[in-house]
Design a protein around this ligand. Structure first.
Ligand code: ATP
Length: 202
């Protein structure tokens, strides 16, 4: 079984930036929860069929793909439906990630799960790596990248786990407050550490 490093962090903390460095510098393969979440509702999937059975074809776009804004609308206005959708999709997403982890060819896998704390998914990883930024930097990067107001950025942050909750599940931490060039030394050191841990686990 592949050694799995779970990677998490809040919005705009730098998860993609860090995961790309592991991949581009060291060839580490990535399994991404957001990608898995899209795949389990692709046309023809069990997930999309179940959504269509419950909500009818209003949750489908004319080309047969999921109408995400319609589904968002349904779950936003009804907590019961939100739970139903989560109970349908979360096990499918988890199963999909496990399947993808079985097909990893690099020394270890990076499992990127943005909402790891919120969904209690840290048990899927052998080790948890948290990307940590201070709130000021996180707000600035969110506003700049997503073109949202400070108030909107603050409400997104408030809906997620906070910095302390994330750090509480961390085995390792990458600090990403500074500019990009500070990341590579941290990632190189972690990569060496993970290779050593993989050897121990053989
Ligand atoms: P999300 O989960 O919200 O998609 P993320 O955690 O994957 O975000 P990234 O997309 O990697 O975060 O980074 C968020 C933004 O911050 C991007 O615009 C990225 O270019 C920028 N950024 C990330 N790290 C740094 C850094 N060290 N210096 C400057 N900008 C950075």
């Amino acid at each position: 079984m592949t050694f799995v490093v779970g990677l998490t962090g809040g919005i705009a903390s730098g998860k993609t930036t860090v995961a790309n460095l592991f991949h581009d510098q060291f060839g580490i393969e990535i399994v991404d929860a957001d990608v898995a979440a899209r795949e389990v509702v692709e046309p023809g999937s069990e997930g999309l069929q179940a959504l269509e059975s419950r909500y009818g074809n209003k949750v489908l776009l004319p080309d047969g793909r999921l109408n995400r804004s319609e589904l968002r609308e349904i779950i936003f206005s009804d907590e019961h439906e939100k739970q139903w959708v989560n109970q349908l999709l979360h096990p499918l997403i988890r199963r999909r990630m496990l399947e993808q982890l079985e097909n990893i060819n690099s020394a270890y896998a990076l499992l990127v799960i943005p909402l790891m704390v919120e969904n209690g998914l840290q048990s899927m990883a052998d080790r948890v790596l948290v990307i940590d930024v201070n709130e000021k930097v996180q707000l600035e990067r969110t506003m700049q990248r997503d073109h949202v107001s400070e108030q909107q950025a603050r409400s997104i942050l408030a809906a997620q786990a906070n910095r302390e909750q994330r750090l509480a599940i961390a085995d390792d931490v990458v600090k990403n407050d500074a500019k990009n060039q500070k990341l590579l030394p941290q990632i190189t050191e972690l990569h060496q550490k993970y290779l050593a841990l993989c050897r121990e686990n053989l």
